[in-house]
Ligand binder design. Structure first.
Ligand code: ADP
Ligand code: MG
Length: 704
C-alpha cells in the first residue's frame, strides 16, 4: 500500500449520459484504495488516483458491471468512428414489427388477430427494449431508481397496463431511437475533437546499428536514434542529426506552417516531416515530450468542470425526484380530486386519464435530455480552441474567460518576441570584449530570454554560486570576483553606484566587486500581431488592458505605444506584479497573459492564466490554464470569441431545455400530450440542443 500515488486514465464506451457518469463515479469512490476518481461522459474516461494496483482492477470490474459500460483499450480517437450497425438494425426491426402490430390490431378480427398483434408488438418491444429492461433490473437491485431506464420501463409497462399496448411499444422505440441519435451526435463531436488531438505517432522507427526496429513512442529512451520518414510525425522531442529538415507544425498549432530546421536544432514531437527522411536523437521520453504533455493536459481537461455544468448536474439530481413525486400525486390524488369536483364526493374519476398524465410526467422527468448538451458544448469549445492552436486545461477556464473584465500582459516574451539581441556595448572601465564575456559567463546560467542574447559569445570561465533573482538579474562568482548582471535597481540594492543610461531599449548593467563596469543595451521587437491583438481585444470590451513589466519605464512606454495597450506598470518585481494583479481582480475576473518565465505567482493569482506555449515548453504548460501553443498572440481574440460563444450556447441550451420541459409538463398534466409524443418531444429538445452545440465546434474563421 505504500506505493506511489499513481494517476490512471481508463477509456470506456457506452456510458449514456452525465447523470449515469455521476452515478458510476459515486460507485467508484467507495472502492478502498481509490484516492480520487472522476468519470467523464463526453470523453468517456475514468480518471483515478490510487496507490494500489488492485484498486484499479476493482474499478475496471465495477465499471464493466455498470449498465452497458465497457472498459476498453486504446483511446478516444479510435472510438469516434463507431458505425452503430447493430443498433440501427434493431431499431429498424422493431419499427417493422410495430407497424405490423398496428395493422394486425386494426384489420385482424377476433382472438387470433389479437394474438398476432400482441406477438408482433412483443417482438417490437423486446428487440429494442431488452437492454433497458436489463439495466433496470440491475439498477433497482442496487437501489438506484429514478434512472432513465427505470422510468422508461415504468412508462411503457404502465401504458400497456392501461390497454395502450401500441403506445407502450412506441415509447420504448422512440426512446431508443433518441438514444441512438444522441450517441451519434455526441460521437461525431467526440471524433472531431479527437482528430485534432491526433498528435501521437502510432509507431516510431528506432535505428539499431544498421537495422530499424518498429517501437511504440512510449518505448523510446533518451539518446535513441530515430528515423522519421516523409509524411510521418516526429514521435518524441529530439535534436536533428540530418543536415536539414522541413517540418509542418500543423498538428501542434492548427496552422499549416512549414519550418526549416538544420542539424543540431531541436525538433518537437507532433510535427510532420514534409521533406526528406531524416534522423533525430531523442532528447525526451514520450511522456515528457510536447505531444505527451499536451495529450495529458487534454485528458485532464474533463476534470475542471465549468460552473454551469456543475449547476445542471446538481439540478438534475433534484429535478428527477421532484417530477417523479409530482407524477405520483397526479396518478393517485388527481383522480380523487377530480371526482370530488365533478361528483361532490371522494371517488376515483377518470383514473386512466390521470394515470396517463402521470406516465407522461415520468417520461419527461428523465434529466438526460436536459443536461447532455451542456458538457458537450464545453467540449466542443475546447475542441474549437484546439483547432486554433489553443490548449485549454478545463471547461471552467473557458467560462471564466467569457466573463472576464480585465486582461493583463507580461511584456518580455509576451508582447515582445523574447528574442533578445545585443544592440550596444558601453564599457566604462574595461574593454567591450571583457564586458561582454563577463556578462556571457554569468548569463549562461540564466533561463531568462535576455540570456539568449549572449549565447554566441565564447566564455572561457565558468561562473560559480550563481543566483538568479527574478525580475532583477543574476549574481555569481567568476574566478573569486563577485559579479552582478541585471537592471539598475538590482545593482543599487547591492550598494553599487550605477550611472544610468537613458534608452528606449532594455539596459542591463554589469558590476564586478562592487564597481559598475558598464552597460549593455539589449532589445527585442514587438511580437507580430501584438498590435492587432490589442486592437481586437479593445473591440471585444477589454479597453483597459494593462502591461506589467520588470523592465524600465522608457522601454515599457515604447512598447505600449507600439502595441496600443491602455496602461503600463513598469519596474515591477514579481511580487509587485502579484500585488497589482490582486488590485486588478477587484474590478472583476482577471486574465493574465504571460510566458511562464518568472511570472508564475501572478499566473496562480489570476482567475485565468494564458501562456505563450513556445511550442510545448514545460514551464509554460504547467504554470497556466490555457496555452497558446503556436506562440501566436493573435489567437487571444479568437479565444475570447470562442469562450463567449460557448457560454452563450450553454445558456441557450439550459434555458431552452428547462422551458420546454416545463411546457411539456403542463401539457402532460392537463392531458394534452399523448405519451409517445412526450418521448418524441423530449428527444427532439435534446437533439436540438445537441445540434446547437455544433455551432461552437466548427469555430475557426471567427476572426475575419
Ligand atoms: P518582464 O516583466 O518584462 O517579463 P522580467 O521580470 O523578466 O521582465 O525582468 C525584468 C528586468 O530584470 C529585465 O528587464 C532585466 O533588466 C532584469 N533581468 C531579469 N533577469 C535578467 C537576467 N537574466 N539578466 C539580466 N537582466 C535580467
Ligand atoms: Mg517575462
Amino acid at each position: 500500500m505504500s506505493e506511489q500515488l499513481q494517476k490512471k486514465v481508463l477509456h470506456i464506451e457506452n456510458l449514456d449520459c452525465p447523470v449515469c457518469a455521476e452515478a458510476l463515479q459515486s460507485d467508484l469512490q467507495k472502492i478502498k484504495g481509490v484516492e480520487s476518481v472522476s468519470v467523464d461522459y463526453v470523453t468517456q474516461t475514468i480518471t483515478l488516483q490510487t496507490r494500489d494496483e488492485k484498486a484499479v482492477q476493482k474499478v475496471i470490474a465495477i465499471a464493466n458491471r455498470f449498465e452497458e459500460v465497457r472498459v476498453i483499450d486504446g483511446d478516444v480517437v479510435k472510438n469516434g468512428g463507431k458505425k452503430y450497425f447493430k443498433e440501427w438494425f434493431l431499431i429498424a426491426l422493431s419499427a417493422v414489427f410495430f407497424a405490423i402490430g398496428v395493422l394486425f390490431e386494426r384489420y385482424l378480427q377476433g382472438r387470433v388477430g389479437s394474438v398476432f398483434a400482441y406477438a408482433a408488438y412483443a417482438i417490437a418491444y423486446f428487440s429494442v427494449g431488452y437492454p433497458v429492461l436489463i439495466s433496470t433490473v440491475k439498477n433497482v437491485a442496487k437501489g438506484r431508481i429514478f434512472d432513465e431506464n427505470f422510468l422508461m420501463t415504468i412508462a411503457s409497462i404502465g401504458a400497456v397496463a392501461l390497454g395502450e399496448i401500441g403506445e407502450g411499444v412506441l415509447v420504448m422505440l422512440l426512446y431508443q431511437l433518441g438514444e441512438l441519435l444522441q450517441s451519434i451526435a455526441v460521437g461525431s463531436s467526440r471524433a472531431s475533437v479527437a482528430r485534432l488531438m491526433d498528435l501521437k505517432s502510432e509507431q516510431a522507427m528506432l535505428l539499431r546499428g544498421e537495422e530499424t526496429v518498429q517501437v511504440s513512442p512510449e518505448e523510446i529512451e533518451v539518446g535513441d536514434i530515430l528515423l522519421v520518414k516523409a509524411g510521418e510525425k516526429v514521435p518524441v522531442d529530439g535534436v536533428l542529426l540530418a543536415e536539414n529538415a522541413l517540418l509542418d507544425t500543423k498538428p501542434l498549432t492548427g496552422e499549416a506552417e512549414l519550418k526549416a530546421f538544420s542539424a543540431g536544432q531541436e525538433v518537437l514531437s507532433g510535427c510532420i516531416n514534409v521533406g526528406n527522411v531524416f534522423t533525430i536523437k531523442a532528447t525526451r521520453k514520450y511522456t515528457d515530450s510536447a505531444v505527451g504533455r499536451i495529450l495529458e493536459m487534454v485528458e485532464n481537461a474533463a476534470e475542471n468542470k465549468a460552473a454551469p455544468e456543475k449547476f445542471i448536474t446538481k439540478f438534475a439530481r433534484y429535478y428527477t425526484p421532484i417530477v417523479c413525486l409530482a407524477a405520483l400525486l397526479i396518478g393517485a390524488f388527481a383522480p380523487i380530486l377530480h371526482g370530488y369536483i365533478a361528483m361532490g364526493r371522494f371517488t376515483f374519476y377518470q383514473t386512466s386519464r390521470w394515470v396517463q398524465s402521470a406516465l407522461t410526467f415520468l417520461v419527461i422527468s428523465c434529466p438526460c435530455a436536459l443536461i447532455i448538451s451542456v458538457p458537450l458544448t464545453y467540449f466542443s469549445g475546447i475542441g474549437a480552441c484546439a483547432k486554433n492552436g489553443i490548449l485549454v486545461k478545463g471547461a471552467t477556464y473557458l467560462d471564466i474567460l467569457a466573463s472576464a473584465k480585465t486582461m493583463a500582459f507580461d511584456k518580455t516574451g509576451t508582447l515582445t518576441k523574447g528574442e533578445f539581441s545585443i544592440l550596444g556595448v558601453y564599457p566604462k572601465s574595461c574593454s567591450e570584449t571583457e564586458l561582454l564575456v563577463l556578462a556571457a559567463t554569468v548569463e549562461r546560467h540564466s533561463a531568462h530570454p535576455i540570456a539568449k542574447a549572449f549565447e554566441k559569445i565564447q566564455a572561457e570561465q565558468t561562473a560559480q554560486e550563481t543566483m538568479e533573482i527574478p525580475g532583477k538579474g543574476v549574481k555569481a562568482l567568476v574566478a573569486k570576483d563577485t559579479v552582478f548582471v541585471g537592471n539598475a535597481i538590482f545593482l543599487e540594492e547591492n550598494s553599487i553606484f550605477v550611472e544610468q543610461m537613458s534608452s528606449a531599449n532594455t539596459v542591463i548593467y554589469v558590476a564586478k566587486n562592487g564597481e559598475c563596469l558598464g552597460a549593455i543595451e539589449v532589445g527585442d521587437g514587438v511580437r507580430d500581431g501584438a498590435k492587432e491583438c490589442i486592437q481586437e481585444l479593445t473591440k471585444l470590451g477589454f479597453a483597459n488592458s494593462v502591461m506589467l513589466t520588470g523592465d524600465n519605464r522608457i522601454r515599457a512606454e515604447e512598447i505600449a505605444k507600439e502595441t496600443g495597450i491602455f496602461a503600463v506598470k513598469a519596474g515591477l518585481l514579481p511580487d509587485e506584479k502579484l500585488q497589482i494583479a490582486k488590485q486588478l481582480k477587484r474590478n472583476g475576473k482577471l486574465v493574465y497573459v504571460g510566458d511562464g518565465i518568472n511570472d508564475a505567482p501572478v499566473m496562480v493569482e489570476a482567475d485565468c492564466a494564458v501562456s505563450m506555449g513556445k511550442l510545448g515548453s514545460a514551464a509554460a504548460i504547467e504554470a497556466s490554464d490555457l496555452v497558446l501553443i503556436a506562440d501566436d498572440i493573435s489567437a487571444l481574440p479568437k479565444l475570447v470569441r470562442i469562450a463567449r460563444k460557448t457560454r452563450a450556447v450553454v445558456m441557450q441550451n439550459i434555458i431552452f431545455s428547462i422551458v420546454m420541459k416545463l411546457g411539456f409538463m403542463l401539457l402532460g398534466a392537463f392531458g394534452g400530450l399523448p405519451l409517445a409524443f412526450a418521448v418524441f418531444a423530449d428527444v427532439g429538445v435534446m437533439l436540438l440542443a445537441v445540434c446547437n452545440s455544433f455551432r461552437v465546434r466548427g469555430m475557426k474563421t471567427v476572426n475575419k
